[in-house]
Write a protein that binds this ligand. Sequence first.
Ligand code: SAM
Ligand code: SF4
Ligand code: SF4
Length: 344
Amino acid sequence: MSEQNKLWRITLDTNPEDCNLHCIMCEEHSLYSDFKQKLFETTGVKFRRMKFEIVERIFDEAAKLGVKEIIPSTMGEPLLYKDIERIFELSQKHNIKINLTTNGTFPKKSVEEWAKIIIPNTTDIKISWNGATTETSERIMTGSNFQMALENTKKLIVLRNAHFEKTGYFCRITFQLTFMQNNMHELADIVKLAAEIGVDRVKGHHLWTHFAEIENLSMKATKESVAKWNEYVKQAYEAQEKYCKPNGEKALLENILPLSDNEKTEVPESYECPFLEKELWISATGKVSPCCAPDNLRQSLGDFGNVETTTIQEVLASPIYRKLVENYKNVELCKTCNMRKPLC
Ligand SMILES: C[S@@+](CC[C@H](N)C(=O)[O-])C[C@H]1O[C@@H](n2cnc3c(N)ncnc32)[C@H](O)[C@@H]1O
Ligand code: SF4
Ligand code: SF4
């Protein structure tokens, strides 16, 4: 199979500096973060926003390469990108679906208006979810309103179900968690809540500890926290068995897997990178990256060029990219990477 056939998804960091929340763990928007200040000091730029011509060009090339999905912004809130509606238009034009991660606030429009734009063109709406209670959730997603996010999600599910009944097109709705010591005691209750309201999937990632203030929140921090996580995983699968969605199906659980004691240092050799050759990330300024590891860390993987001056196909065929694909298990960052998974 040629490289371009394997590439199925591209993430565009359309508007990383735009957000209406300050989640404690967020690389850019946490109140612990000095990222935006440093960005301004070093570049003189306050807000990086992808030019719409670049978005258009990427959609064009992606369509030719057979890419199936585009993700708008995994840093910042995608629904705040000024041309987000035009992205959904491009999705329709090129028949490339959108895969959305959003913070549940549905800014500037009603959920009903967003649903009309999003649901027909989107494979999966991941709503970032960090607790089963107001207290836990709002302590993590600073500035959020748990009850409002819950009401928004319930409305979205009703509208998604209506769209499915009318057209047969199914847009999955997912709770996207960040696994931390201050929210995972509620993991089983999150699974229960998901099932009760008809969320199709609960998935997440372990914490990237961007700041000293959150280092002790990683589930991988100590032997004790690893043991606790493994207990929460068991409880999550028990909740999955016990509580069904209104249609009688179980919510899917993904990436909710037991850890071993030494995971803080090295990931088992057999775990694979889920992204290389299959996905690419393009920053607001056009810089291409092979994955979504935190900005400062992924720079250590090399310079993969800029879509202002190179094509996606050229990046995939470049010696630096090919070398990473062949050799990533020996690269320091990849050895301890949270995102590597056992091959299913
Ligand atoms: C950075 S956000 C961007 C999209 C949108 N603003 C949102 O929160 O849904 C993408 C996802 O990364 C998660 N996230 C944020 N900081 C993280 C960290 N330090 N480690 C792991 N996941 C993190 C968020 O909770 C969210 O689910
Ligand atoms: S909503 Fe997303 S981008 Fe905004 S602070 Fe939270 S994690 Fe960061
Ligand atoms: S750090 Fe390495 S292993 Fe992890 S996602 Fe990036 S390329 Fe893959």
